[in-house]
Design a protein around this ligand. Structure first.
Ligand code: BEZ
Ligand code: FE
Length: 289
């Protein structure tokens, strides 16, 4: 492999061109980006044709984005970058709920709902109850904590993907924990679903022989005064694809049982047919330093 003068000097020249950057963090990030991109091109001996293909791919990724579709986040997700950024920043103290990826479907505001409300506005899926508490790491409850919840319907689609069959806000809710930090809502048991494959990210998955499925899950962002918000999921124990999530987002301690529950009194209290599936877990937040 030959290395001519330009091959080595262009990297330094490009890095030097940043010396007027006012913000030191911007300079650091762009310096790293240039160095790593150049190293990638050198290491792989990237051809002109391959570079053009990459530009066309990124152009198509941009063209695929709309107000309700974020193909760049999807690309970051399937490359494992979103999960890596989560992990780099998600250094939680022991006992605090772990974070995982935001995903591309948190793009509309969740409607505020009363505790106990049903977020499954369409029906058809297996009814279930999700309940628990929002706690500080020392175990004290966090009354007034806000939980933003979103999930796909029983067929594996988010409301924004199927505006023809789902009303806006289906599968979504903004809940405020009660005076003891408790939350509860009704929904349907989520199912595994494929991430969108009709765009450039789908083409990338096919070209690399990868499946597009995510294990069944519900998304949460939990936020409480004086605490660091957490963006996370709960995954349904026993779901397919727990060991091969297309976006690498599964953490074992986020896997929860959706227990088959035969309790007519509780079913009445929750307003669901008996028996029903019940996921119970606590969300534990860290105090802000
Ligand atoms: C999701 O869970 O909504 C999701 C996350 C990453 C990519 C696609 C979908
Ligand atoms: Fe999801």
């Amino acid at each position: 492999m030959t290395t001519d003068a330009t091959e080595t000097t262009v990297t330094d020249e490009a890095v030097q061109s940043l010396r007027g950057t006012a913000d030191p963090r911007v300079r650091e990030l762009l310096t790293g980006l240039i160095r790593h991109l150049h190293a990638f091109a050198r290491e792989t001996r990237l051809t002109q044709g391959e570079w053009e293909q990459a530009v066309a791919f990124l152009t198509e990724t941009g063209r695929t984005c709309t107000d309700t579709r974020q193909e760049f986040i999807l690309l970051s997700d399937v490359l494992g970058l979103s999960m890596l950024v989560e992990t780099v920043n998600g250094d939680r103290e022991a006992g605090a709920t772990e974070s995982t990826v935001l995903g591309p479907f948190h793009m509309t505001e969740s409607p505020a709902r009363a505790l106990g409300a049903n977020i499954d506005l369409v029906g058809g899926g297996e009814p279930c109850v999700v309940s628990g508490r929002v706690l500080s790491r020392d175990g004290s409850p966090l009354p007034g904590a806000v939980l933003d919840v979103w999930q796909a319907d029983g067929n594996g689609f988010y409301d924004v993907q199927r505006p023809d069959t789902q009303p806006p806000g289906n599968g979504r809710g903004l809940f405020t924990a009660d005076s003891e930090g408790r939350f509860r809502f009704r929904t349907c048991v989520p199912s595994p679903y494929p991430i969108p494959t009709d765009g450039p990210v789908g083409a990338l998955l096919r070209a690399t022989g990868r499946h597009p499925y995510r294990p069944a899950h519900i998304h949460f962002i939990a936020d409480a005064a004086g605490h660091t918000p957490v963006t996370t999921h709960i995954f349904v124990a026993g779901s397919d694809y727990l060991d091969s999530d297309a976006v690498f987002a599964v953490k074992q301690n986020l896997v929860q049982n959706f227990t088959e529950t035969d309790d007519p009194a509780l079913a009445r209290e929750f307003g669901v047919p008996n028996p029903f599936r019940h996921a119970r877990f606590d969300l534990v937040l860290e105090r802000t330093a």
